[in-house]
Write a protein that binds this ligand. Structure first.
Ligand SMILES: *[C@@H]1O[C@H](CO)[C@@H](O)[C@H](O)[C@H]1NC(C)=O
Ligand SMILES: *[C@@H]1O[C@H](CO)[C@@H](O)[C@H](O)[C@H]1NC(C)=O
Ligand SMILES: *[C@@H]1O[C@H](CO)[C@@H](O)[C@H](O)[C@H]1NC(C)=O
Ligand SMILES: *[C@@H]1O[C@H](CO)[C@@H](O)[C@H](O)[C@H]1NC(C)=O
Ligand SMILES: *[C@@H]1O[C@H](CO)[C@@H](O)[C@H](O)[C@H]1NC(C)=O
Ligand SMILES: *[C@@H]1O[C@H](CO)[C@@H](O)[C@H](O)[C@H]1NC(C)=O
Ligand SMILES: *[C@@H]1O[C@H](CO)[C@@H](O)[C@H](O)[C@H]1NC(C)=O
Ligand SMILES: *[C@@H]1O[C@H](CO)[C@@H](O)[C@H](O)[C@H]1NC(C)=O
Length: 452
């Protein structure tokens, strides 16, 4: 570590018990839980959706894309399931329900026009974390978490969402954008397809639904046949149609990790199928070498060249959490994965020395220095910490919904109303919030431009 003015300041101000940097003994679950509770508490300082006049469920949309709200809730749900801490049940429940939309499919009216398949898929993924961790369900008349995810999966299975052109090898691929008028309609991004694959794999597992598994696997196979997933398990960002070539070869951790998680669920659902074991092991080994050089998570496509955009700060947390779920579904991978998650989490926490409270977390994990402070960086450190803990069976607090637990109910229902307080309009125009679906593409294009 270099001695800098910043470091000197940290040393001077890191007075234990007063302005305390967060410390953790990574091999002591209670220590990890205590550290995670502090990081979670600080994460929620970025959230105003539960205040009067603000929109529940999302982070301030001047600074964050709509989908990042789903990662906020997903990381808090993992925190809850792995620490047993139910402090945030109400705020998580309200946030996830508020954005669910009239048709229980995470296409709420405010956001539909700018939404991409990846945005919708990320929210469905949060609903599945709720389902997988038996989080409080909505009252009986309302859709349950698995049903909401199934609605999204069903919509994304339809031809309208996909490339429909038998002349191209991309035929059947899920498009990035839902609507023709949005930039990116002719881009097949891997994350949309990876999320679809993971949703189907999880729904198959939850509902014992072979049809969903088969559908999901078709999309995984397509990604390999069009070269977005290579024989070495590299996972590229995407490609354009109708040509279905000129692959954008940038690699982002959350894309590979999402595919891995889907592969792990499929492996488990198929009872340990050899093909899926090979894929799980291949993705694990590729991910550890590309995204954890020296055992600490990095986002290589943006971090070293300092071009990370506000959404990219969320990726390392998704990476860690997906690896944790992979260990659950494919326990033989734990010996390989867990030690790396631990060294990475220790490095992550070493950045938690910033802000007014002296413990806000940064993103330069491998440097061990506090650099930036934002909801993405904070949620990623939370994800890193909780990823080393086991899932526990958490009793539902039951204060928000019916108090029932999810038990793999995949049926749909149509009520989307929320029991929460409605908030007044804050006067901000949604129309000006251009390009919700940033995806990794624009970041990649920026990088490409830098090298042009
Ligand atoms: C649960 O998390 C909250 C918020 O960080 C914290 O105040 C509380 O102490 C935690 N509870 C336990 C039992 O760790
Ligand atoms: C939609 O926008 C209105 C007006 O800003 C807001 O009150 C409401 O909470 C928003 N709903 C969602 C789902 O974002
Ligand atoms: C199983 O998955 C298929 C494909 O998504 C879906 O049409 C069907 O409704 C699902 N069945 C159940 C019981 O969830
Ligand atoms: C499937 O997951 C369960 C729960 O973690 C685990 O006990 C079981 O060993 C897994 N199956 C395989 C084939 O790894
Ligand atoms: C790590 O620190 C070095 C030296 O201060 C700096 O040049 C580099 O940009 C930092 N890396 C990251 C990822 O912040
Ligand atoms: C959720 O509930 C199911 C069914 O009761 C149970 O098998 C499973 O272990 C529970 N999972 C968690 C994470 O509590
Ligand atoms: C899901 O719940 C609904 C309403 O309670 C019920 O009618 C349906 O049979 C359940 N489906 C499954 C798969 O348990
Ligand atoms: C609505 O907000 C008011 C004032 O903050 C509060 O007293 C009430 O309990 C809230 N109702 C619900 C359903 O959250």
């Amino acid at each position: 570590m270099k001695f800098s003015a910043g470091l000197l300041q940290q040393l001077l101000f890191a007075v234990p018990g007063v302005l305390g940097a967060i410390t953790v003994d990574i091999n002591d679950a209670e220590s990890v839980k205590a550290a995670a509770a502090l990081v979670a508490d600080d994460l929620l300082t970025f959230y105003q959706g539960d205040e009067l006049g603000e929109t529940p469920g999302i982070l301030n949309y001047d600074d964050y894309y709509w989908w990042t709200g789903s990662v906020l809730w997903g990381s808090l749900l993992d925190f809850r399931a792995r620490t047993g801490n139910t402090t945030y049940d109400d705020v998580i429940f309200q946030g996830l329900q508020w954005q669910v939309g009239d048709n229980n499919d995470y296409l709420p009216r405010n956001w539909t026009a700018t939404e991409g398949n990846d945005d919708q898929g990320l929210w469905a993924q949060a609903a599945l974390v709720a389902a997988q961790t038996n989080f409080t369900e909505a009252a009986d008349a309302q859709a349950q978490w698995p049903a909401i995810a199934q609605n999204v999966f069903t919509e994304q299975s339809s031809d309208e969402r996909r490339v429909s052109d038998s002349d191209t090898a991309c035929d059947g691929a899920l498009r990035w954008q839902i609507f023709t008028f949005n930039n990116g309609y002719n881009y097949v991004n891997t994350i949309s397809n990876a999320l679809y694959f993971s949703l189907g794999a999880q729904l198959a597992w939850l509902n014992d639904n072979k049809t969903a598994s088969d559908e999901a696997i078709k999309t995984y196979d397509l990604l390999t046949s069009i070269g977005l997933v290579t024989d070495d398990f590299d996972v590229y960002d995407g490609l354009t149609v109708p040509e279905c070539d000129s692959i954008n070869k940038f690699q982002f951790s959350y894309v590979a990790a999402t595919l891995l998680e889907g592969a792990a669920y499929t492996y488990n659902y198929t009872g340990g199928d050899d093909t899926w074991k090979t894929r799980v092991d291949g993705h694990v080994s590729n991910i550890l070498s590309i995204f954890f050089p020296d055992g600490v998570a990095v986002e290589p496509s943006c971090e070293s060249i300092e071009t990370c955009t506000s959404d990219m700060y969320f990726f390392k947390g998704i990476l860690h959490r997906s690896l944790a779920w992979t260990m659950k579904m494919a326990p033989h991978t734990a010996d390989t994965i867990l030690p790396v998650l631990k060294t990475s989490a220790v490095a992550a926490v070493s950045t938690c020395t910033g802000g007014d409270n002296g413990r806000m977390c940064g993103f330069a994990w491998s440097n061990g220095t506090f650099d930036v402070s934002n909801a993405g960086a904070q949620s990623s450190v939370l994800g890193a910490l909780v990823s080393v803990l086991e899932i526990t069976d958490v009793a539902s607090s039951g204060s928000s919904g019916s108090g029932s637990s999810s038990s793999g109910n995949g049926s749909s229902s149509s009520s989307g109303s929320s029991s929460s307080n409605s908030t007044s309009t804050d006067g901000k125009s949604m129309g000006t919030n251009f390009g919700i679906s940033f995806s990794a593409l624009f970041g990649a294009l920026t990088i490409a431009a830098l090298f042009a």
